[in-house]
Design a protein around this ligand. Sequence first.
Ligand code: PRP
Length: 211
Amino acid sequence: MKYLTFALAKGRLAKTAMEMFEKIGIECKEMQDKDTRKLIFVNEELKLKFFLSKASDVPTYVEYGAADIGIVGKDTIMEEDRKLYEVLDLDFGKCKMCVCGPASAKELLNDGSMIRVASKYPKIAKDYFYNKKHKTVDVIKLNGSVELAPIVGLSEVIVDIVETGTTLRENGLEVLEEICPLSARMVVNQVSMKMEDERIKKIISDLQKVI
Ligand code: PRP
């Protein structure tokens, strides 16, 4: 039997996903060692391999078949836009992709003014403003702490993830428009879905029972 390889977005997503896998009898003891520097973990009995990677790399590993299955947020799937199948909404890691800024920026979103939009998600931001709102904007790519941008005058608004809304509130910003809901998803390599059809479909149906 061939190994089935899982790529998990490291951090909270991977932890919750492994808890979910344990409920359906898929476990990996090696992974529970918090001090390990190992990058890949094996369950010999079930012929499964697991590795953790930066969230934005998960769709890449899955598209190229280095991983058969990926667990990653919908935000990353949308931003990376890789060729893969999104097969299951895991219903955790729920949050929203939003346009945020100071209340005073709300009117700028629907008039003809040219605005700057800072985001870790330039593709999602462009798609929203160009294709949904038909508004030309200047999208500025940032890599983190995006809420800073409107505060220091880099941009009028941001496109970012809002979970509890605490970061916005504590910085005098608010949700101006909601783009879409987000959550953790299971994605599958397109060839693996055919070649390992039975094993993968079993995992999907078992997961559906515990979601
Ligand atoms: C994310 C997101 C927001 C924050 C939202 O950032 O980009 O900044 O969480 O959460 P909240 O609504 O519960 O406050 P993350 O912690 O991933 O780090 P980053 O600032 O480096 O993007």
